[in-house]
Design a protein around this ligand. Structure first.
Ligand code: G6P
Length: 615
């Protein structure tokens, strides 16, 4: 969702900004633009891909060493060139890019209109640009960095809603100003140059150090220095962090798409999720970041897991795993429902907010609501500098590395791995024996290698995906631990191939889903050799009897599937509770290859955003 990058330094700004925008593409966008200062402000913006903007700049070059740029994901106002950012104030001398939503923009706009302002777009952002410009004029005196910062502060105090912004003014060419509330913004520190970005990936390779700004921070950037203050003008305590990622982490390397690269990274990302967290001595998991004593962990009576999209599916797997390993009642709720639902929760309920980005607006709101009610609220995040990671009372990092493909893949398996560690930890302080603990740990340690085995079948999975590319719709069916995997398999297929896909518990087939079965509607059964294997086989027979093609995910050596399904993809044997970590891999590859076959842009699917930072 909307991406910002700003630059002030000694190099040409346009190539740096365009490269940064390309790296932010994964967040999801529908238009892009930039403004560069070189005596006067010049702007280039258009709807569509960054390639369109690059072409525009090729035709109408733009030079200068200070600039701001933006990828827009429309919320207020349609997808048009006029609505693309940057936006200008009434004087045309101040430019602004914005991520977030100005909730009271209508009221502010009416006021500004009555004062004689003219607007060119339908966006809430343009209103903010005018408001800052108005304050800049009203402050009077010499045009200077402090005056611009003062104007930004004054305007933001009138605003309700969320923002991450970058601002510049023709009269103050040595200064960029940034501010945030609710939308991420990072300051990148270079040599003789500084950056602002929504996401550190945009400035990897340029900035070695970064400051992850906090809500209500206002930052002033010069070429050689920066200053971070609060919205009230006070001193902001901030921390300079090393930029940990390399350019390899944010590039596709030899892979045609980020999604495929990330699917193939899963042996390592899973290894990283469990590394250092299995204690042989105590035969249990160690999750120090939870900040809870063994007694506090024992006192947990109920767990609520919340998240959105794929994170919610991982939570659903977590519900089965935690209840199986630890016997702690566990419930899953979409974060968007949780935040408005008044769930009765006793005092020993612990809430986990699960989010790869750590910035999803609904998940953040669910976390805050849970904390408001006095519950210990922990995070399971990938982005260590994220708002959810910062605001939670503790948690577990996924350590999956940057996930750029919009369709979440490695973050799902990392989330499931972390929830399994949690199940093991809670189980061991309840009823699991030392030998149970050792057995579970050994099985977990074997998972990365088993994922590697599945990935070796990539070519075969591609062939199968191509065979079913004719499908009009697709059903994904599974039971128990693999019911959430069916949901996730369907979500992957919808997101990147735009094929109608539904995920259901296999047994629900007879209660409606079966009406949709036909030769044009294949079913994917997730049917490993587990406690419900035979039940799944019966469900497959029911589909076959209605001429529905069946692709099955089964366990090596389980021959019954061959007899009933049209195609079978095998996973290595593992305990039931770990099977989602394996069964999901062929489904990710299946969706990927089918989408590529259909000519879809898998890394940037239509209408989707990687990080949904508005409600
Ligand atoms: C968006 C993404 C999904 C993701 C969901 C939650 O919808 O497109 O892939 O699962 O947000 O994201 P989070 O960062 O909170 O895990």
């Amino acid at each position: 969702m909307c991406g910002i990058i700003g630059y002030i330094g000694k190099s040409e700004a346009a190539p740096i900004l365009l490269e940064g925008l390309r790296r932010l593409e994964y967040r999801g966008y529908d238009s892009a633009g930039l403004a560069i200062l070189n005596g006067t402000l010049s702007v280039r913006k258009c709807k569509g891909r960054i390639a369109n903007l690059t072409d525009l700049i090729g035709r109408e070059p733009i030079h200068g060493d200070v600039g701001i740029s933006h990828t827009r994901w429309a919320t207020h106002g349609g997808v048009t060139d006029e609505n693309a950012h940057p936006h200008f104030d009434e004087s045309g001398k101040l430019a602004l890019v914005h991520n977030g939503v100005i909730e009271n923009y209508q009221t502010l706009k009416e006021q500004l209109l009555s004062e004689g302002h003219h607007f060119k777009s339908q966006t809430d952002t343009e209103v903010l640009a005018h408001l800052i410009g108005k304050h800049f004029e009203a402050l009077g005196g010499e045009a200077s960095g402090p005056r611009l910062v003062e104007a930004v502060r004054a305007a933001l105090k009138e605003v309700t809603g969320t923002y991450g912004i970058a601002v510049m003014h023709e009269a103050v060419p040595e200064t960029l100003v940034g501010a945030r509330r609710g939308s991420p913004l990072v300051l990148g520190i270079g040599k003789g140059e500084n950056f602002l970005a929504s996401d550190v990936s945009a400035i990897v390779g340029h900035a070695r150090e970064a400051v992850y700004l906090r809500d209500y921070d206002v930052v002033t950037l010069g070429r050689d220095d920066f200053e971070i203050t609060t919205l009230d003008g006070g001193v902001s305590g901030f921390k300079v962090s090393k930029v940990e990622f390399s350019e390899d982490d944010v590039n596709k390397g030899a892979f045609p798409h980020f999604m495929l690269k990330e699917i193939f990274e899963q042996p390592e990302s899973l290894q990283n999720a469990i590394r250092g967290r299995l204690s042989v001595e105590e035969s249990t998991a160690k999750l120090g970041g939870l900040n809870m004593t063994p007694q506090q962990l024992r006192d947990i009576e109920r767990i609520v897991l919340t998240g959105c999209g794929t994170a919610c599916h991982a939570a659903m797997v977590g519900e089965y795993v935690i209840e199986t390993l630890a016997h702690v009642p566990t419930e899953v709720e979409f974060a968007s429902e949780f935040r408005y639902r008044n769930m009765p929760m006793n005092k020993d309920t612990v809430v986990f907010a699960i989010s790869q980005s750590g910035e999803t607006a609904d998940t953040l709101a669910a976390l805050r609501e849970s904390q408001r009610k006095g519950h210990r609220t922990l995070g399971i995040c990938n982005n260590v500098a994220s708002t959810i990671a910062r605001e939670s009372d503790g948690g577990v990092y996924m350590h999956a590395g940057p996930e750029i493909g919009v369709a979440a893949t490695k973050s799902f398996t990392s989330q499931v791995a972390v929830l399994t560690l949690l199940g093991l930890l809670l189980g061991r302080i309840r009823h699991l024996s030392t030998s149970d603990g050792i057995r579970i740990m050994e099985e977990m340690k074997a998972i990365p290698e088993k994922v590697r085995e599945i990935l070796k079948q990539n070519d075969r999975i591609k062939e199968i995906a191509h065979k079913y590319a004719y499908a009009k719709a697709m059903m994904f069916l599974g039971r128990q631990f693999n019911y959430p995997v069916a949901m996730e398999g369907a979500l992957k297929m919808k997101e990147i191939s735009y094929l109608h896909a539904e995920g259901h518990p296999s047994a629900e087939l007879k209660h409606g889903v079966i009406a949709l079965i036909s030769p044009e509607v294949p079913s994917v059964f997730i049917a490993p050799d587990d406690s419900v294997y035979d039940k799944n086989i019966s469900n497959i027979e029911e589909v076959k009897a209605r001429k529905g093609p069946v692709i099955a995910i089964g366990t090596e050596g389980s021959s019954k599937l061959e007899k009933v399904a049209d195609d079978v993809i095998y996973i290595p044997r593992c305990p039931d509770y770990l099977s989602p970590l394996l069964t999901v891999i062929p489904l990710q590859l299946f969706a990927y290859h089918l989408a590529v076959k259909l000519g879809c842009d898998v890394d940037k699917p239509r209408n989707l955003a990687k990080s949904v930072t508005v409600e």
